[in-house]
Design a protein around this ligand. Sequence first.
Ligand code: NCD
Length: 318
Amino acid sequence: MGMTIDSMNNPFFQQDILSSEQYTKDNLNILVKVSHQMKEVVEKHGSLDLLKGKLITALFYEPSSRTFASFVAAIQRLGGGFIPLQGITYSSVTKGETLEDTVRTFACYSDAVVIRHPEVGSAKKAAAASTVPVINAGDGVGEHPTQSLLDYYTIVERFGKIDGLTISMVGDLLNGRTIHSLIKLVSLYPSVKINLVSPEILKLPEVILDKIKKKVKIFVTDRLDSVIAKSDVVYVTRVQKERFTDLNLYEKLKHYYIVTPQLLKKAKKSTIIMHPLPRVGEISADVDSDPRSVYIKDQMRNGVYTRMALLSLILSRN
Ligand code: NCD
């Protein structure tokens, strides 16, 4: 079905995916192209057998619905098998096994390991111990490079480009790993404008800000209503409760922004509203039926297609 990226042009073959800094414009083009092919195949045939005979471990130390299930869906739609480890309660981790030993084990049983873990840098640590490719499905407040891929694909699918867009990132920019990954990706495009919208104490970490402000135009504000009219993309995130030690502070901040139909009256007709989900009140339910909302249908479906693309590129040469 024309799914031929020859081996010379497949930069993902047998590679780890640890950070969105690994993506370049060129390899993003490949991912978008293959994701689109996956979408067409799934819509027409439901599945294909590119990963027949391959096994992938999904090793999840932190809660997950979408990321876990969309990886499993992607693997199965590609004809592969998987070893699901969700929650560490029943595994040897509770006996005190190190992350490295656990990963070494699953590298013996399978052809790739997808890992989610509460510690920043855990995926990198896992990759160093593993003999098979490791995919970071979220390392604490670090990164979430496969989420950024589906977010990127969703934006490109809608606008046909990233160049020239005004993208507002809203909410917990300090702890939101989906933000950390997506922001690095979109700042590959110098004519992008990024609005960083957060309360002062949930500002984007300086290390990330320093990197991106050399590349693109940045505007920092705590007022969503001041930037909504000019935004092409409004990317809303949940205040990350699990990263707070002071729950009173969390309670004060959790609904700092609430996207409502009222607020969206100020937005352009072409604007899209995104959210990695889960949401806990920061987008009101009556926004769901607004045609500008893409967090339910587009982002979630694209999560399967982009993960299919990534897995097939990592595990099959052509
Ligand atoms: C995100 C995550 O786990 O970082 N969820 C997801 O993967 N779709 C966002 C979040 O939990 O807020």
